[in-house]
Design a protein around this ligand. Structure first.
Ligand SMILES: Nc1ncnc2c1ncn2[C@@H]1O[C@H](COP(=O)(O)OP(=O)(O)OP(=O)(O)O)[C@@H](O)[C@H]1O
Ligand SMILES: [Mg+2]
Length: 503
């Protein structure tokens, strides 16, 4: 019994097929330079096999979230969950056999690695009862299994490299079939690439990648030259699930609708997408205690910005706090301390210069202790509320700054952002609002809870790519940052200024 899906057509117009059951046992590596059509190929594979086998897509760019509507994949926004929570989600994904897209686009590289590692670890570590076959598709695999140490911490790299190695080397027994795609074979860890027995090679420019490809495929280097001239969407297939000899093929179109067919592999349960979401995102009756509660994803930034542009009134500043309080377990019946008292304690906590560089959870603990010393119940401010207050404090804002309807807009945008970006956005927004000089890299890094000014640059790039800010330089090299959604812009400021106290 076998199921062959059609990936495309050979040069002679014959269907080029991929044997799914064989694929489960032998894994797949896709390589091709940017624009060669790897993501298209993965989408074709996912669409064609969606009805036959459960799928998980590790999606660093948010490319695959569109599968949700047509094929019922549940999109998990990794930025909205802790690592521990993601691990639990992954376990439930296996238990309930739900296909998911793990969207990592809202995270910076280091957190992409940690979150992917947590999720993959969760898939890997489940009980033997749940070792059903599933495809685990990882696009841009070199991000998660880099060949060399990069800018990220050793710890993050080890975690994600370990998870990828487990997936490719030890996943088969557990039903996990790794399907990985990379732009640059030379950038992908060798042991991860070596475990795939099936290959789809697309256009490859660099000699070093060509040489790696030839080695993996057991080809003469000269023969591998054929990868250089491949057109977009054209790949050479080789491996037990594809073809015994190198087979050139053109990947077929991608569909928008699911299709019917006769099931051969284990059919998936007929759960409706919404039920499926419920099954994996909420705790079952007998589940052990776990890490922090999962917060619902805030509105997508683009949506929010569009909303602001249409000048709908922003939510009142207190609303998020109220919502957070409502969704939290009921606080003990104590009088709520005035906001200003909490602010005083928070300022005290943050007056320790090292406070900015500790994790939110550690600072929150410290905050609770000091509240107790002041006879205040700090828990009336839950983690969510505390995080927001901390973001403002890290951005150098006190409660007075948060006054005024204009500032409410900034706050509304900030609330839609991830925790790591929030304080930086507020810092920049504040400077732009006041027409103050653009904050320096050191100040930006500090708001972010980091001592490395280089981190600041990466973050700014990320924010600019998402359309949150527009960075430009004046003729003297001073930096100006605009905030398109708010229509504000900073005065020119020296990016390398070491002065941390005046914005
Ligand atoms: N077989 C194909 N048929 C039609 N269009 C294709 C095909 N393959 C790729 N394309 C189109 O070419 C463009 C680039 O393809 P794709 O995004 O898959 O490249 P990629 O290899 O994933 O690039 P990157 O590494 O930059 O992510 C896309 O617009 C895609 O729709
Ligand atoms: Mg791609």
């Amino acid at each position: 019994m076998s199921v062959a899906i059609e990936m495309g057509k050979t040069q002679g117009g014959q269907p080029a097929t991929l044997d799914l059951e064989e694929l489960l046992a032998t894994r797949l590596l896709v390589q091709g330079n940017s624009g060669s059509g790897k993501s298209h190929l993965l989408r074709r594979l996912i669409e064609q096999s969606a009805q036959w086998v459960q799928q998980v897509v590790i999606d660093p760019e948010g490319d695959f979230v569109t599968l949700a509507d047509a094929y019922g994949h549940v999109v998990v926004d990794a930025a909205a969950h802790t690592e521990a929570a993601l691990q639990q989600v992954a376990a439930r994904v296996r238990q309930h056999r739900v296909s998911v897209v793990v969207n990592l686009e809202n995270l910076e590289t280091e957190r992409q690695m940690r979150h992917a590692a947590a999720f993959l670890g969760g898939l890997f570590d489940v009980d033997r009862d749940y070792w059903f076959p599933m495809l685990v598709v990882v696009d841009e695999a070199q991000l998660f299994a880099p060949a060399a140490a990069g800018e990220v911490s050793d710890e993050a790299r080890k975690a994600s490299l370990g998870a990828m190695t487990n997936l490719m080397c030890r996943g088969r027994k557990r039903g996990l079939a790794g399907i990985i795609a990379t732009q640059r074979l030379a950038k992908l860890a060798k042991n991860v690439a070596a475990e795939a027995s099936n290959f789809l090679m697309g256009r490859t420019f660099l000699d070093i990648d060509m040489a790696r490809a030839a080695d993996l495929l057991g080809m003469e280097r000269r023969q591998a030259e054929m990868f250089r001239d491949l057109a977009r969407g054209h790949f050479v297939a080789l491996g037990p699930a594809l073809s015994r000899r190198p087979l050139p093929l053109r990947i077929g179109d991608v569909e928008t609708n699911g299709r019917a067919g006769n099931a051969c592999l284990l059919p998936l349960p007929a759960t409706q997408p919404e039920d499926a979401r419920g099954l994996i995102l909420t705790a079952g009756a007998n589940e052990p205690a776990r890490a922090p509660a999962i917060r619902p994803t805030p509105a997508d930034t683009a949506q929010l910005l569009a909303q602001l542009a249409a000048s709908k009134p922003p939510p009142p500043p207190g609303q998020a706090l109220v919502e957070a309080a409502l969704s939290a377990p009921p606080p003990p019946p104590r009088p709520v301390p005035a906001k200003v008292e909490l602010d005083v304690v928070l300022r005290e906590v943050l007056s320790d210069p090292d406070a900015l560089f500790r994790s939110v959870a550690q600072i929150y603990q410290d905050f609770l202790v000091r509240c107790r010393q002041h006879g205040i119940n700090g828990r009336t401010l839950d983690m969510g509320g505390f995080r927001r207050r901390l973001a403002s404090a890290r951005a150098g804002l006190d409660s007075d700054a948060a006054a005024g309807p204009e500032w409410d807009n900034a706050q509304a945008v900030a609330e839609a952002l991830t925790e790591d970006i929030q304080p930086v956005f507020l810092l920049l927004a504040r400077a732009a609002h006041d027409r103050a000089p653009c904050p320096s890299n050191a100040q930006i890094a500090r708001a972010r809870g980091s001592r490395s000014p280089r981190r600041a640059l990466g973050l700014l790039e990320h924010m600019e790519a998402r359309g949150l800010i527009a960075v430009s330089a004046d003729a003297w090299g001073a930096r100006v940052i605009g905030i398109p959604a708010l229509g504000w812009q900073t005065a020119p400021g020296n990016p390398d200024s070491g002065d941390e106290d005046t914005p």
